[in-house]
Design a protein around this ligand. Sequence first.
Ligand code: SF4
Length: 451
Amino acid sequence: MKKVYLETFGCQMNVSDSERVATTLAKKGFEMTLREDQADVVLINTCSVREKAEQKLYTQVGRIRHSGRPKPVVGVLGCVAQLEGETLFKKIEGIDLVVGTKAVGRISDVIQRVLDGEEGIVDLGEREKDYDWNVSDAQRHSPYVAFVPIIEGCNKFCTYCIVPFSRGREVSLPASEIIRSVLEMRRSGVKEIHLIGQNVNSYRPESDSGLEGFEGATPFSRLLRAVSATGIERIKFNTSFPRDFKADIVDAINEHENLCNWVHLPVQSGSDRVLGLMKRGHTSESYKKKIDYLRSSPRDISITTDIIVGFPGETGEDFKRTVELVEYAGYDAAYIFKYSPRPGTPAYSMDDDVSPEEKTDRFLELETAQRKSQNERLKRYIGKDLEVLVEKQAVRMEMQVSGHSTCHKVVNFNGPAELIGSIEKVRITEVKSNSLFGELCNDSKAAMQLC
Ligand code: SF4
């Protein structure tokens, strides 16, 4: 039995693709291993959104080639594979196969062809009509948390982004299929699902099947209500596109306890001029209205975001608007990136006129502003009881366990490993830089059993 080691870079969509690759390979008689040094086949599922992620591929293949052991079959999957195709063979010595984002269903055949002696195989073809979106329990990154793709690709063409080119146009999965797989996951013990896609709220399936009878102005809010009706304990969704983020999504969260109180809404910039250059389709005012509506929810919805600093043409004044917006929005977390041009995107041909030093200065200034606002906002959790899905033992702390709240905060607390997989009520006692710390409430399920 050939052993396969699979390494994944990038977003949840890539993690989810890798889970299906592992499911397919296991079904076809390959053995998945966590030991790269013992693998006959090493697959790298790549990300091209940022330069750093792409660089990791080069480093990784070089390391395998120089490891001194017989070279395994090396395959490149994902976004870099899709964009670079066969040029990868010239760019990086030691690669045997290249499989694009939609061809992963054929991975076992491609590996077999290499094992049979064929060289330089590239498959950048389309997804099979009967592509199996299911992931076996054994190959999921967690027994309790599952990613459920609901839409692939992107039609938005933000000028800095490579995704519409690497993942193609938006295709929504049928609602009836999504609901069936959530029901199956619920039966197999999954507690929390994440509906995922580049822009989940642009969800627009070809037919209404599965959504009949569920209210809401947009198909996405109807899907949220339909998935809520499955009775699965927690539902999160990621990522939301601001222009398509409608009030009915917040209404659905307000009305259904199992729709979690967390929304990731990437703003990217607070300057309307820069947002125009990015072709984001929203303005700072229209974005703020969405924040206001989220804040009016009785459920204390945690809001997180992504921001790019130093986009071509961004002036000091533009940057100030971003700092102001961060202060206005009061994010629970913000992922801040320095702009780096990605070949193949419209912004690549723009004059990258913000110097590296200026980008770093703006990054640090924005990080400080966000940190200050975040520290203030997170204090509201102190003394509050949060429902935490316990997922693992805390890193380096044997007596502590770690999980996520419904508002998607990492929460650590003292407790035995037996709690893993359960949802516990935890009273928050401390705010750390990227997590919360608390203690098991006396009336939590676990505390009652321990008494
Ligand atoms: S919405 Fe914009 S940033 Fe997001 S994936 Fe599509 S093009 Fe990229």
